[in-house]
Design a protein around this ligand. Structure first.
Ligand code: NAG
Ligand code: NAG
Ligand code: NAG
Length: 345
């Protein structure tokens, strides 16, 4: 049996290939359930057994992340789509490219965000509002109040769970770990502080403030920006262990000299994503709709990789010039419109 949208089962994780059956198997117990998630590492299985509620959030987070990734990349050659016939995460991104960096980052951010959100809703045992947000500064007229989103909980769980897959200790797993962390950072960085005024007739002599999560779209936008600025890294030896360092030290951008935790990092240049290549998990752009007049990534010239495009003309009928008659009817004419659509060859 195959459950839920194929999207999830294919694109990133076999981890979740059983996930959408969750509700139907919830009765069979956490232990058996957790065994059903193909591709879970031992540590992930243990975390799952201890905390099955969080697994809902992990799956939800993956779904949110995929949706956002597809939105952010809908006009690009690589559109964050599932790859036919590929099941495992590692296979979908055999190249340590920028796109892989984004995918890991946004997945990690999605899990962090969703777990934090579910925690705020009281749906996760052992998790409550962020109790470190108390006190404040009366002299500056504000104090913490209400229920602040427990981002630390989300970050810690996501760190343990998402990072648990990276056991190889090679350059690629260092890259993945760095991008996982950048994803969690993206959530932390975008937390919003909201305040409410108190005091005589709204004089605002005292404000109470609390922290909330932004909509995931904002985190998607932020990570897309980090994607544009992604840093090319290489593994280096530091004492007895490997770590990542910038491949090319930029000399003229002083502040960019160092690798930051919030950076997305990649090891290899991206392929051009033009041609179908199941080995590399690449769809190719044949059949993609393009924009004839755009010079951007969605323009036929770039999207179709110079292969040209086919034009499909159709006539669309729709209601137009509608008039309202007193009282109460509307009459419309039927207009026909010629619509041209272009598809990559
Ligand atoms: C919740 O916390 C208690 C005490 O720290 C612990 O024994 C229990 O296993 C935790 N439950 C979950 C679901 O993590
Ligand atoms: C991405 O592009 C492929 C073809 O290259 C297409 O089959 C798929 O539907 C697209 N995905 C999305 C989410 O637009
Ligand atoms: C195509 O690109 C042009 C120029 O960027 C833009 O004005 C237009 O809205 C685009 N059309 C569609 C259907 O996206």
């Amino acid at each position: 049996m195959r459950c839920g949208p194929g999207l999830l089962s294919v694109i990133w994780l076999i981890v979740f290939s059983g996930f959408w059956c969750f509700s139907s198997v919830v009765a069979i117990g956490a232990h058996t359930l957790c065994k059903r998630f193909l591709g879970l590492t031992r540590k992930q299985q243990q975390m799952c057994a201890r905390n099955p509620e969080v697994m809902f959030a992990v799956g939800g987070g993956a779904q949110v992340a995929i949706k956002e990734c597809q939105e952010q990349f809908k006009n690009q050659r690589w559109n964050c789509s599932e790859t036919p016939g590929k099941k495992a995460f590692g296979y979908v991104f055999p190249i340590g490219s920028r796109e892989a960096a984004f995918a890991y980052g946004i997945w990690s951010a999605g899990v962090t965000h969703t777990i934090t959100q579910e925690c705020s809703k009281g749906k996760i045992p052992n998790c409550s509002c962020d109790t470190t947000k108390k006190g404040g500064s009366e002299s500056q007229g504000w104090r913490w109040g209400g229920c602040s989103a427990n981002v630390d909980f989300g970050v810690n769980f996501a760190k343990k769970f998402v990072d648990a897959r990276e056991v190889e200790g090679d350059a690629r797993s260092l890259m993945n770990l760095h991008n996982n962390r950048a994803g969690r950072k993206a959530v932390e960085t975008n937390v919003i502080t909201t305040c409410k005024c108190h005091g005589v007739s709204g004089s605002c002599t005292l404000r109470t403030c609390w922290q909330t999560l932004p909509p995931f779209r904002e985190i998607g936008n932020y990570l897309k920006f980090r994607f544009e600025e992604a840093r090319h890294v290489k593994p280096v030896r530091a004492k007895n262990r490997k770590k990542l360092a910038l491949k090319i030290k930029s000399v003229n951008h002083l502040k960019k000299k160092k690798l930051k935790p919030s950076d997305l990092v990649y090891l290899s240049d991206s392929p051009n994503y033009c041609d179908y290549n199941p080995e590399l998990g690449i769809h190719g752009t044949v059949g993609r709709q393009c924009n004839k007049t755009s010079n951007g990534a969605d323009g036929c010239r770039i999207l179709c990789c110079g292969r040209g495009y086919n034009t499909v003309v159709s006539v669309v009928k729709r209601q137009c010039e509608c008039k309202f008659h007193w009282c109460c009817s509307v009459t419309c004419k039927v207009c026909t419109e010629r619509v041209e659509e272009h598809y990559c060859k």
